[in-house]
Design a protein around this ligand. Structure first.
Ligand SMILES: [Zn+2]
Length: 413
């Protein structure tokens, strides 16, 4: 690999700031993503074959929207898939046999004719949350031992643009000793990861775990006992803040974790790195963006659809039966065929709920475009007004929105 290639594989530029919020451009191997942005969870492989877009219920229908498959009758909705989050662990959800597993890995996702319309960034997480989080999924279906080497091989075979080391997420009730032990095991993986991924053409994010300042700085101190700070900074390009999923509905905890994470990053001299928050729901998106998170991933649009919920706005969901599709001008709600399916006129649930999930995703992605526009004004009032409009009628979120405005934008008055 020439030095030139190394310099071009990753670039992150902050172009405007507004309070602690920032907007910028993340460029990986020539693909550009505007930040802050959402990586929707996509299960590229869900046990099926090429003909079934590799299967997967609602995931399948979303992929059909993504590539503009004939079945959904719309043009490829590529602008909403400028980024995607996929998981190494998704291979284990569908009882794959060894042959299927190998055929999934023999060609990178974006090099497959089926996904020729896909041109977004692929972030492949390590599956640490699933493999090591105490569940019974261990890769034994296809006789692969899930260790750092195996996980990296899969991330690379996917043709991923952003990868993370295999981590040992902490849990809210872990003792201090357990957390230190998990950080030590993660440090071992980081050591291995950096040596095997030297030739990787993409960005590498370091997983950071903790709920507050002292937990995160201790995590980094434990890591740098095994991997020297210089090596760590040379080897990684960004931070992926993990372990927050169990606290995703605890907004105070979320605000504190992201605020403290930015502070720790500044103190460690990596404040210019992109910060990705792993697995956080879409209603928290404006708050995360205001606190300075650059990207996040979510499957909330899918889960809401599965629960029969249609997003009227980012904050407001209604039962699918009560949805007024004529109020939305997205490509899904503008299609008679798809509106008919969302009304329940389809043989399979995935055809009813898949379009709902797609619409829900559009709502979040459009909201993020608006948030970026407000940040770009560099006028704090523009972002404050956004918070006021978005949260003022939402009792559960309002107090947190006020907290964020007071903390990062100088308050309302
Ligand atoms: Zn719509």
């Amino acid at each position: 690999m020439t030095e030139n290639v190394v310099r071009n594989r990753f670039d992150f530029d902050v172009t405007a700031r507004n309070g602690d919020a920032r907007t910028g451009s993340l460029v990986i191997n020539g693909t550009e993503l505007e930040t802050p942005n959402l990586f929707p969870v996509i299960n590229f492989y869900a046990g099926g074959t090429d003909n079934s877009v590799y299967g997967g219920g609602i995931h399948r229908t979303l992929k059909e929207f993504m590539i503009g498959a004939e079945r959904v009758g719309v043009e490829p909705m590529t602008e909403y898939f400028d980024a995607s989050m996929t998981s190494v662990a998704s291979l284990t959800d569908y009882n794959l046999n060894r042959n299927r597993y190998e055929s999934y890995l023999d060609t990178p996702i974006k090099q497959r004719p089926l996904f020729e319309n896909y041109n977004g960034l692929i972030f492949a997480d390590s599956g640490g949350f699933k493999f090591l989080g105490g569940t019974d999924i261990d890769g034994s279906d296809f006789e692969v031992e899930m260790n750092q080497d195996a996980v990296y091989d899969i991330q690379e075979a996917f043709g991923s643009d952003i990868i993370v080391n295999l981590d040992h997420p902490i849990a809210p009730d872990d003792s201090h000793a357990t957390r230190v032990e998990k950080a030590e095991m993660t440090a071992e993986n980081i050591h291995t990861f950096l040596s095997i991924s030297r030739g990787f053409d993409g960005a590498k994010y370091l997983t950071l775990h903790g709920y507050n300042y002292s937990m995160m700085s201790e995590f980094l101190e434990v890591i740098t006992d095994s991997v020297p700070e210089g090596v760590l900074k040379e080897g990684f390009d960004g931070i992926a803040l993990g372990s927050l999923v169990p606290k995703k509905d605890d907004r105070d905890a979320l605000i504190r974790a992201v605020t403290d994470c930015r502070e720790v990053m500044n103190e460690w001299g990596i404040g210019h790195w992109p910060l990705h928050v792993l697995g956080i729901s879409s209603r928290a998106v404006p708050i995360l963006a205001a606190l300075g998170a650059d990207s996040f991933d979510s499957s909330t649009h899918i889960h809401n659809a599965i629960n029969g919920k249609y997003n009227e706005s980012l904050m407001k969901r209604v039962d699918l039966d009560d949805a007024d599709f004529s109020n939305c001008d997205c490509p899904v709600c503008s299609s008679d065929l798809l509106v008919n399916r969302m009304r329940g006129n389809a043989e399979y649930q995935k055809d009813v709920l898949g379009p709902v999930a797609m619409h829900n995703l559009v709502v979040v992605k459009d909201e993020l475009a608006e948030i970026r526009r407000r940040i770009q004004t560099e006028d704090e009032d523009a972002l404050i007004a956004y918070f006021e409009e978005t949260f003022s009628h939402d009792k559960t979120m309002r107090q947190y929105a006020h907290k964020v405005v007071n903390q990062t934008l100088g308050g309302y008055f």
